[in-house]
Design a protein around this ligand. Structure first.
Ligand code: BGC
Length: 806
């Protein structure tokens, strides 16, 4: 929990721009047919009131029925795999010996060293479990690493790096005795361009986010630590993410297809990899708070996706007692919330069944056994910065990996006449506040760059940006700034550097300079959404330097989208790099790209529009001053590039775009259906209903249905890697274009390839990749018809096409 988080959620929002008010949501995800039954079930009476905001609450009754009731809460049984079955056997045997009070004791938070600590049961050797932030490193600790943020990892489009990232993170959590890591993030997905937490997540494309979420989860859990993909679900904006004096939290009102095909999709990958915990989110979903939303928890997560682990509330995100227990919440943090003694009473008077509390306790202990944490787990080594202690150094060799991911996630978007890579420049000028470290970054010893008290609502950070703000920020052991790394490099070449980190309009009287580098950033943080995608100070700075320097190279560190049209076409701007949020090795990663030690292959995990208004209603968070704040996801499936494609808007830089110092040729596309390869010609519309669900969903969703091959050749004269991307056009039905024209369904970072070298690229398309969610059948359905397939270097640079017919 961020100590100022709640305060910030309550702050006025006058600085925010109003978004267009969306119209009435025609197609609600959850049918209205259960409107009556829900009265008793889904909104059951909280035991100590509603934690009510100050205003007198208007009636909630008109909203009942929009998120249908799904009861009772499914009892987990470990049938997903032998490993889960064994864990369940152990967990059940232990829980059988527990009293109701002991079970209740482990379902809520207690004071302790970690961000969250469960109760212990000493007589049964059940320890307090330690929960700790965050998605890109242990925040607020010493001798730990500051990894690149999720969005930076996604920009690598490299599955192996995503996995190594998860493993290294997991090793650090393990070394400090953290049982449960609070990450990775796919909620927010990134629906809102200015969303304050998009950078914690991977990408607003659900496929890319899913591959990353799965790989990171696998890595964390291979290290023995329970991963907590978060925030389930639809926490797409920070504004009014929680209840406050203004009224209830925003309600993300989404239709059933978009819910599945965009927002649930990436979580499926993490669940399939065995995620032992899921964190439910703060806001309401179709009018029911996410941590007591029986459709989301009992229904989608625990039934449809067969979740075997436990659901933990976001910090202070529980909004009711009996209702949340029956809706599928298993653990409340960071304290007892509406549970504790009251949950024991509820079990004793029958409001919550004994089966439910038993299931809660079993679900909490099963992942602990699943990852063998019951024996030999390292002691918890989490300290406050005021505590004197011997170093518990868990950094290992992670700096190398951080540097590698840092470089692999840098996206080169402009490079005129081979400006980059540098060919031993002798004289460089460096400008901008983002080139060097912040002068006083540790005013808050637990937060690099300062906490909310310094940075709330800011557009930029006055110092190089390596991580953004809030619970997902990091505490770097050191920060290699671009300036430091450039000094080292230039000094080796016996070159000259001149710099000005301060002026908005620096003097550039150096006639001998080879190039000018301008560093700017775009900051964001938990609890507030961004107010712009491009601040005017930075734009002026870039233009001022470009006006005087014939070769101006712009480096942008950003917590998400940064528009660049104020200067991108300036003739003196010869190269531009989106350098993301690279973590502690920032400067070293950048220099390896600038000098060509690493050939850039990073790709944009989002669309950079020409102008901010091109994002339309999805630019800003939805501002609602009503007591029941509403955010209708009327765009359905059409976010980011799906929307730009549909509306025919040409972006400045499209999703998936990024340049290299070499060129690649694509040829020889072939597609084949697995059914023809295996001789099994039955490609049913739906997965076999007789096959039981396992964690992650119906197992047949992962069956490979089609395979696409092509050949990639390095056609340039420098070694490099290429991110080949596969997009699919799922056939529309009923004569209406009801599906995005193309959606990412495969990618591969191929290489490095030497000049002239060829490689065959293989893309495997699963049943899920080719299916659309059928709202009537409530199942993924393989549509009949022609599926278009494109392979290319971005979502608009499509080099090859073909199709498969099902
Ligand atoms: C955030 C979570 C975080 C938790 C614990 C909450 O405010 O939303 O992402 O894990 O605090 O710090």
């Amino acid at each position: 929990m961020d100590y100022l988080s709640q305060l910030n959620d309550l702050l006025p929002t006058s600085s925010r721009l109003l978004s267009n008010s969306p119209g009435f949501l025609g197609q609600l995800a959850f049918s209205l047919k259960d409107a009556v039954t829900i009265l008793c079930a889904a909104v059951s009476i909280p035991m100590t009131g509603f934690g009510s905001p100050n205003k007198e609450a208007p009636s909630e009754v008109p909203f009942y029925g929009r998120s249908p009731p799904v009861y009772p809460s499914p009892i987990a049984n470990g049938t997903t795999s032998e490993q889960w079955a064994a864990a369940y056997e152990q967990a059940r045997a232990l829980v059988a010996q527990m009293t109701v009070e002991e079970m209740v004791n482990i379902t809520h938070g207690w004071p302790g060293p970690c961000v969250g600590n469960t109760g212990e049961v000493p007589r049964l050797n059940i320890p307090s479990l330690c929960f700790y932030d965050g998605p890109d490193g242990l925040r607020g600790q010493e001798f730990v690493s500051a990894f690149p943020a999720g969005i930076h990892v996604a920009a690598t489009f490299d599955k192996d790096l995503m996995h190594s990232y998860g493993r290294a993170l997991g090793d650090e959590f393990y070394g400090r005795g953290v049982n449960i890591a609070l990450g990775p993030v796919a909620g927010p997905l990134g629906r809102i361009a200015r969303g304050g937490r998009n950078w914690e997540g991977l990408s607003n494309d659900p496929y890319l986010a899913g591959v990353g979420l799965g790989a990171i989860t696998r890595g964390i859990q291979e290290a023995g630590v329970i991963a907590t993909p978060k925030h389930w679900l639809l926490n797409e904006q920070e504004f009014r993410r929680r209840w406050s004096s203004e009224g209830d939290a925003i309600s993300s009102n989404v239709d059933d297809r978009a819910l599945h095909e965009l927002y649930v999709f990436p979580f499926m990958d993490a669940l399939r990899e065995g995620a032992g915990a899921i964190m439910c989110s703060y806001q309401r979903a179709n009018h029911s708070y996410a941590c007591q939303n029986s459709k989301l928890l009992n229904g989608i997560l625990k039934t449809e996706l067969g979740f075997e682990g436990f659901v933990v509330s976001d910090w202070d995100g529980q909004m009711s007692g009996v209702a949340s227990a029956n809706a599928g919440l298993d653990l409340v943090m960071p304290n007892a919330g509406f549970w504790g003694v009251k949950l024991s009473q509820a079990v004793n008077n029958g409001s919550v069944t004994e089966e439910r509390i038993t299931d809660m306790a079993t679900r909490i202990l099963a992942p602990w056994f699943y990852l063998h944490q019951e024996t030999g787990y390292p002691p918890t080594a989490i300290f406050s910065s005021e505590e004197k202690h011997a170093p518990v150094d868990v950094q290992a060799e992670h700096a190398e990996l951080i540097k590698e991911i840092g470089a692999a996630g840098i996206v080169l978007v402009k490079n005129v006449n081979g400006t980059l890579p540098f060919k031993k420049p002798r004289f460089l000028c460096i400008y901008g506040y983002d080139a060097t470290v912040k002068a006083v970054p540790w005013t808050n010893p637990d937060r690099y760059g300062g906490g909310y008290e310094v940075n709330w609502g800011w557009d930029i950070l006055n110092g190089t940006l390596v991580t953004a703000g809030g619970s997902g920020s990091t505490t770097p052991p050191y920060v290699i700034s671009p300036f430091q790394a450039l000094q080292e490099r230039v000094s080796k070449d016996r070159g000259v550097l001149r710099w000005d980190f301060y002026s908005e309009d620096p003097e550039t009287p150096y006639v001998n300079t080879d190039a000018c580098l301008v560093f700017i950033n775009a900051y964001a943080g938990e609890s507030f959404d961004r107010t712009t995608l491009a601040d005017e100070f930075s734009d002026r700075l870039v233009l001022n330097v470009a006006a005087k320097c014939a070769s101006t190279i712009v480096v942008v560190h950003s917590a998400g989208i940064r528009t660049v049209d104020a200067w991108i076409n300036h003739p003196n701007i010869t190269a531009v790099l989106f350098a993301g949020l690279p973590g502690q090795e920032s400067g070293n990663s950048l220099v390896s790209i600038l000098y060509g030690d690493v050939n850039p292959s990073g790709r944009l995990p989002y669309t950079v529009a020409k102008k901010q208004s091109d994002y339309g209603a999805l630019l800003n968070s939805t501002i609602s001053s009503g007591y029941f704040a509403e955010d209708n996801f009327v765009e359905g499936l059409y976010i980011d590039y799906r929307a730009f494609d549909k509306d025919g808007i040409k972006p400045r830089f499209e999703f998936g775009f990024g340049l290299s110092y070499t060129t690649f040729a694509y040829d020889g596309l072939s597609t084949s259906l697995m059914s023809t390869i295996t001789g099994d010609s039955t490609l049913t519309e739906f997965p076999n209903p007789d096959v039981p669900i396992v964690q992650g969903g119906h197992p047949e969703l992962w069956n490979i249905v089609a395979v696409v091959h092509c050949t990639l050749t390095n056609s340039g004269n420098r070694e490099g890697s290429e991110v080949a991307q596969l997009y699919v056009g799922i056939p529309s039905e009923d004569g209406e274009a009801d599906t995005p024209v193309r959606q990412l369904r495969g990618f591969s970072r191929v290489g490095p390839l030497a000049p002239g070298e060829k490689r065959t690229v293989v893309f495997e398309l699963t049943r899920r990749d080719l299916s659309a969610w059928d709202v009537v059948a409530q199942q993924w359905r393989l549509r009949r018809g022609e599926y278009k397939v494109w392979v290319g270097a971005s979502s608009r640079d499509l080099r090859l096409d073909g199709s498969v017919v099902i």
